[in-house]
Design a binder for this molecule. Sequence first.
Ligand code: NAP
Length: 340
Amino acid sequence: MRAIPIDQELVLSADPVVSAVPAVLPQVLAVSRLSPLLAPGLERHFVVHDRLHETDAAALAQQAPQLRGIAAGGESKVSAALIEQLPALEIISVMGVGYDGVDVAAARARGVMVTHTPDVLNDDVADLALGLMLCAARQLPAADRWVREGRWLSGNMPLARKMSGARLGLVGMGRIGQAIASRALAFGMSVSYTARSPRPQLPYTYFVDAAELAAEVDFLVIITPGGAATRHMINAEVLKELGKGQGQGVLVNVARGSVVDEAALIEALEQGVIAGAGLDVFEDEPRVPARLLALPQVVLTPHVGSATAATRQAMADLALDNLLQHFAGRAVRTPVPECR
Ligand code: NAP
């Protein structure tokens, strides 16, 4: 843990927002390991307590009356119990668009603002979704291994699945879903989707639920929030529908591991119900079931949807700016919908 400076004076900045932050630096609890792109800015403007809640319960209790902010990541857990422990808490800033780990109801009940970093990562997550679709359909990691392992010398790879012109189904048609859809159009794909409600202004076909959608598509891409409302929305029944086209269906998950029933997915892949999968997220990250690792038709990435230097910097800047705005007495830039 860093030494905690008491009553630090804020160096006045030319930035009107920064100069409006009170002279005594507000104290912030970092609930996950801070991104190196966020840490320097955060430590310049705040007294940062690094994961005190995990390392030192007594120190947390002692600091609690001063802790006015939480800096979190998309994977962070901010429970009702932690919120209750922090009587001075005013804001939780999540560096990530997904905030399913934050108990927003508990935060709202206490009048605590929750912010996240939407939009700045749409392109990267959509790019990865298309990458996983191509990798799973054209078996690119297996093709790479084919060359490296010298197997090309004794024969050609089995034929792969065509992607251009195929039918794409999106479970979720929000900011990232729409970015995926526009990329798919360039591949000549038809686009359908499901969500809680249709978006009539979009030129895509709406289905009431994931099973109905899956029955009509070749690629099913998951891009909803995680959390209780979407838990195991992709189950054995949905996978069976996706497999109806002679077992040629491909599942891609760039949302949250919790949205897919991983045991049902493994079963569907092992039984050949669907042809393959591209997965960036898992139910128990960073642990991935051995049965999934053993399947060559599955492409796995370690939750890297937004993991480019440019996008992570934009996310860090926005997460920091939300804190700065709040402590300068201004409206935050990107509150989560429940706090608008
Ligand atoms: P968004 O704009 O809020 O869109 C979410 C979409 O999901 C909307 O179409 C929404 O439908 C739908 N949805 C929400 N709850 C649903 C439910 N219970 N049943 C069916 N559909 C539901 O969010 P976004 O910015 O596109 O981000 C989506 C998610 O992607 C994030 O929450 C995060 O979990 C994930 N993500 C992953 C990575 C990664 O690294 N792999 C990176 C960024 C984001 P309605 O419009 O009808 O509500």
